[in-house]
Design a protein around this ligand. Structure first.
Ligand code: ZN
Length: 290
């Protein structure tokens, strides 16, 4: 049997729409930031969607099954096919719909427009942080788990997310950065590392956190507070995080402006709780060390 040409395999991985294949399999996908999530068809996935599809990279992963990969891996798994047969199916397009009798054409992947980089390489620090906040804020609004966390903490006020531009860090910021191999990508990453948005390991520092922007007197973002939302953290994992450079900025400055007195909370989430309960003259001392 002739060897499958590597270029042909790469073409399939690149050009066949994984998203469409997954949907045809009957999996309902919902967008969370740059990812799509759905119930995994390979295990009894009843409550939390564990299947993640990343259209930008055309890959999938199930957190419970610990399997994933390209369109080829998807077809191998769904059709019980060998690698070679999966490639043949993807080339031919027959019987891929997951619906008997239906011979659907292999779904072509529409090339994603290149995402705009998050900021120019020479953007000022506050500008760069503001764009990070924008991204986290957009992710928050599309993340049921983060919105659910607010609800569960009694922070389900309809305006709180918009008012404080609350965000959620879910590992998708990297999609907004040009590749590390590009000069501008490398420069932006280095700057975000210096700010503490990224660790030197290349991971997002606040991954899994509710993110609260803290602003200076002119309203510019000068610091971020991150609170991990996962209740089952490994021991030693810090629950509260800040960026490099110390505690700066005042939480809820505009709420204090015309107030004669202020409620000072130790923790940011306590201050948010007061705010949601209608006490608008509230701020925080950012906790004691914990
Ligand atoms: Zn699974």
């Amino acid at each position: 049997m002739a060897r499958l040409p590597e270029a042909e395999i790469e073409r399939l991985k690149r050009d066949v729409s994984l998203e469409e294949l997954v949907r045809r399999r009957g999996v309902e996908l919902t967008r969370t930031g740059a990812n799509l999530v759905g119930l995994c068809p390979f295990h009894d996935d009843k409550n939390t969607p564990n299947l993640v599809v990343t259209p930008e990279r055309n890959v999938w992963h199930c957190f419970v099954c610990q399997v994933g990969g390209s369109v080829i891996d998807w077809v191998m798994k769904t059709e019980g096919a060998s690698f070679r047969y999966a490639v043949e199916l993807l080339r031919g397009g027959a019987s891929l719909a997951g619906v008997p009798g239906r011979t659907a054409a292999v779904p072509k992947r529409t090339r994603h427009r290149r995402m705009q980089p998050i900021a120019a390489r020479d953007a000022e620090e506050a500008e760069l942080l503001a764009r990070v906040v924008d991204h986290y804020h957009a992710a928050m609004k599309e993340s049921p788990e983060a919105l659910g966390y607010l609800e569960q903490r009694g922070l389900g006020h309809p305006e709180v997310v918009e008012h404080f531009e609350l965000g959620f860090a879910n590992r998708t910021l990297g999609y907004r950065l040009p590749a590390r191999s590009a000069k501008v990508g490398e420069e932006l990453r280095t700057r975000l590392e210096q700010l503490g948005v990224y660790r030197t390991t290349g991971h997002e520092a606040m991954n899994g956190c509710l993110v609260v922007p803290l602003r200076d007197e002119t309203g510019r973002v000068v610091q971020l507070y991150g609170r991990r939302i996962d209740a089952h953290l490994k021991t030693g994992t810090p629950k509260h995080l800040y960026l490099a450079g110390g505690h700066r900025g005042v939480f809820n400055r505009e709420g204090l402006e015309h107030a004669e007195e202020a409620i000072l909370c130790e923790a940011v989430l306590d201050a948010l709780t007061f705010w949601c309960a209608g006490f608008r003259h509230v701020t925080t001392a950012y906790g004691v060390e914990d």
